[in-house]
Design a protein around this ligand. Structure first.
Ligand code: ADP
Ligand code: ZN
Length: 731
């Protein structure tokens, strides 16, 4: 008889411990196997963490324990899911992020291997379920259903997962508006690239390469301006590590940057490369996971979750664009791939390279203090000059012509000039939609989201009002719902309206738009980026999706239509994000032989984030922003923990957060300060009221055990849930 210690698939903090189960049978079972168990009368998935043998019968064991012990229903796996090293990493992540171990394991493993019941029902064969249009009639549909029907009508057929909510889709199928069909999946294959000989490294590249290898620090910051050739340095380092018989983990911040990086690596290293990211089907991920675990592909390229790739014997971990926020998962366990990469690198004694033109303040500060090693590249390849930038003051009416309220005179002139020369333009506006503010001038009614209080944005593409925070949608009424007035004041603008304006101003120019509305259907993103690079469009308008990473050789003008959007957001990183966005956008211009220009339009033209962003002057920005962070006591001067208390009862959320704060302060921890309880920017989430505590500490490791204890005391009690975000990026 075997006695198994089993974690249940539930991530609740109250269940963050193992339960005993018995097994007696022919199958092999070991720690790190999944087992099917009965839990409160329901079959669920369990994950074995420990095993003890016993010569007693089950009746004798029960007798001895004094309580009944159930047998497991079945053993699922035939081999352990994780190596010892990965299991150890999972525990470190769980401790650091104060997150139940099972939640970390679920984030770590591909869907088809996840310790969740649903993993057993995943598709084993490579089919996609597609949604096709049957009838576009909208009568009798709810706003949510209408929104989805319009998406299908505009793009059909689309993938089922692109359509969104399965419940809403079900209703559309039921009412005969759309139909589902299955289609053999287009498996993403790494294209068979021409093998390529490496570039001769420039002097700067060689110096950076040597500096990284010779640094005695495990973690090294590679700070290199946009276009300085960081990728070549990654490739050379990889080559060296592979030659030593070790493997390489190459991380990129976003899924849509994976193909480009995979191309670089497979041109250099052929079929040694594997990809691992969440866009793969469960089947594909399973295959890649196994291939990597067996050591058949010593290079893994992928986005955030690839940091958990079962790669054996790692010699090098690279995070390209290490400052990008999407490296942090925005739900439990809220891990940041950079932190995990460093944990993993230390465990494997691997080199960790953090690459960026605009490093996060935390990383740069650590490099300056000598915690991390440092290498830099200050020049673009072949010394192309950095783009010349101009800031246009939007508060000065003289900067506008009668032609446009959004595109200033100086920007208009430049756009014309580039169009005449057949050069390309990218225009960034980091907000989607058409009108972003709608007010009734009669009665003052604001169009706000009834479920979370956020602003409603009008979207012209499907003629709906949408809440960008919680996803609420409503048909646009054209008149005030309070007083019936029809002359609504419509102000504020996003990508759609800039696109329209450009079409009006330059009827002969071909304009494409890329934002997450267009990007709901993923083939649209690939197509638009490819067609823009091939010259099918003259102007690309979009959100930050267009600012990052892409190499468009014919772009000689980049414009930021409204640089101030991010500055107003309630987060200590508002200035850092604004700086990065502007610097990245400017960096897209003039990347090949033709010199580039950038124009930044702003209502705060003297704000340091905008001034330094336009100049891509990272060092000055860093120095100035560090002063702000010190004055306000924010990272990297302190560590943050954000606790969100949510409950159906507002009173309970308030009471619990207050109790928690008092309990924490009564521990009289010297280096801790607690801000709050604060109402969050968006009061409600999924129908629950929320209150937050922001905890600042200079000694986070001393604080963790207290937080852990208090969270298990208060979390899940009296209908209040507590979510902990360690090192939050917002607030
Ligand atoms: P970064 O990531 O630093 O912004 P990239 O790695 O994209 O820059 O490199 C910019 C361009 O320079 C790419 O087109 C790349 O192929 C080219 N390049 C890089 N290193 C060299 C080199 N040593 N010789 C010639 N071209 C290079
Ligand atoms: Zn909302």
């Amino acid at each position: 008889m075997l006695i198994l210690d089993v974690l249940t698939q539930y991530g609740a903090r109250a269940l963050d411990r193992s339960f005993s189960y018995l097994y007696e049978g022919p199958k092999r079972v070991e720690p790190r196997f999944r087992v099917l168990i009965d839990f409160n009368g329901r079959p669920i998935m369990g994950f074995v963490t420990g095993i003890a043998k016993s010569d007693l019968t089950s009746a004798e064991i029960e007798e001895k324990n004094g309580y009944p012990i159930k047998k497991i229903i079945d053993v699922i796996d035939e081999e352990p899911l994780l190596t010892d090293a990965l299991m150890d990493l999972a525990k470190q992540v769980s401790d650091y992020y104060l997150s139940p171990l099972i939640t970390v394991l679920q984030a770590m493993l591909p869907q088809s291997l996840s310790p969740k019941l649903s993993s057993l029902h995943g598709p084993k064969i490579a089919y996609d379920t597609m949604v096709d249009l049957v009838s576009a009639s909208e009568s009798g549909l709810t706003p949510k259903q209408t929104e989805m029907l319009r998406l299908v009508a505009a793009n059909h057929p689309i993938l089922r997962k692109e359509a969104g909510s399965p419940a809403v889709l079900g209703k559309l199928v039921e009412s005969g508006r759309v139909r589902l069909f299955r289609q053999e999946r287009r498996r993403y294959k790494i294209p068979p690239e021409e093998r390529e000989e490496p570039h001769e490294m420039t002097i700067e590249q060689r110096q950076a390469y040597e500096a990284i290898l010779s640094s005695e620090k495990e973690v090294v910051l590679l700070e290199g301006v946009t276009g300085s050739g960081k990728t070549e340095v990654y490739l050379r380092l990889s080559e060296k590590v592979l030659r030593e018989g070790k493997s390489v983990l190459m991380l990129v911040p976003e899924i849509n940057l994976t193909p480009a990086m995979v191309e670089y690596f497979s041109r250099r290293f052929g079929n040694k490369v594997a990809i691992l990211h969440s866009e793969l089907t469960p089947g594909e991920r399973y295959d890649e996971y196994r291939r990597i675990a067996k050591g058949e592909a010593p290079i893994v390229v992928g986005a955030r979750s690839a940091v958990f790739a079962p790669l054996p014997n790692i010699g090098l971990i690279v995070l390209d664009e290490e400052h990008v926020d999407s490296y942090k998962q925005d739900n439990a366990p809220y891990y940041h791939a950079r932190e995990v990469a460093i944990m993993r690198g230390r465990q494997e004694k691997a080199k960790i390279v953090l690459g960026s033109a605009t490093p996060s303040l935390e990383t740069k500060a650590r490099a300056m203090r000598g915690v991390y090693g440092y290498a830099e590249m200050r020049h673009r390849i072949h010394d192309q000059i950095m783009p010349t930038t101009t800031i246009v003051d939007l508060t000065d009416r003289r900067n506008f012509t009668k032609d446009s309220e959004k595109i200033s005179g100086p920007l208009l002139i430049k756009i014309k000039e580039k169009l005449d020369k057949k050069e390309q333009i990218i225009l960034l506006i980091n907000r989607r939609g058409y009108w972003t503010n709608i007010i009734c001038p009669h009665c003052g009614h604001l169009f706000l989201c009834p479920s979370c209080g956020g602003n409603l944005t009008y979207h012209q593409s499907d003629n709906m009002l949408k809440c960008h925070h919680c996803g609420y949608v409503a048909p646009f009424p054209n008149r005030c719902p309070e007083c019936g007035a029809s002359n609504l004041m419509r102000t504020g603008y996003g990508t759609e309206r800039v696109e329209k304006e450009l079409n009006d101003l330059f009827p002969d120019a071909k304009v494409a738009r890329l934002d997450s509305d267009v990007g709901k259907v993923s083939r649209n993103v690939e197509r638009i980026l490819r067609e823009f690079r091939d010259g099918k469009y003259d102007i690309l308008v979009g959100t930050q999706m267009i600012a990052k990473g892409h190499d468009f050789p014919n772009v000689t003008l980049s414009g930021v239509v409204l640089a101030d959007i991010g500055l107003a957001l309630p987060t200590y990183r508002a200035a850092e994000r604004t700086f990065e966005l502007i610097a990245q956008a400017a960096g897209r211009s003039g990347r090949s032989s033709k010199p580039g220009e950038a124009i930044i339009q702003s209502y705060n033209p003297s704000h340091y984030a905008i001034v330094y962003g336009a100049k891509q002057d990272y060092e000055s920005f860093f120095a100035r922003e560090m002063q702000e962070r010190r004055a306000q006591q924010y990272p990297p001067y302190v560590y943050l923990f954000l606790l969100v208390f949510s409950s159906l009862s507002e009173e309970k959320a308030v009471a619990s957060s207050g109790d928690f704060k008092r309990a924490l302060l009564s521990e009289s921890l010297a280096t801790v300060s607690v801000v709050g309880p604060l109402p969050p920017f968006y009061l409600m989430n999924k129908g629950k009221y929320r209150r937050m505590l922001l905890i600042k500490s200079k000694k986070p490791d001393l604080l963790r055990p207290y937080l852990k204890r208090l969270v298990s005391r208060y979390g899940g009690k009296g209908g209040v849930d507590i979510a902990i975000d360690v090192d939050p990026l917002d607030y």
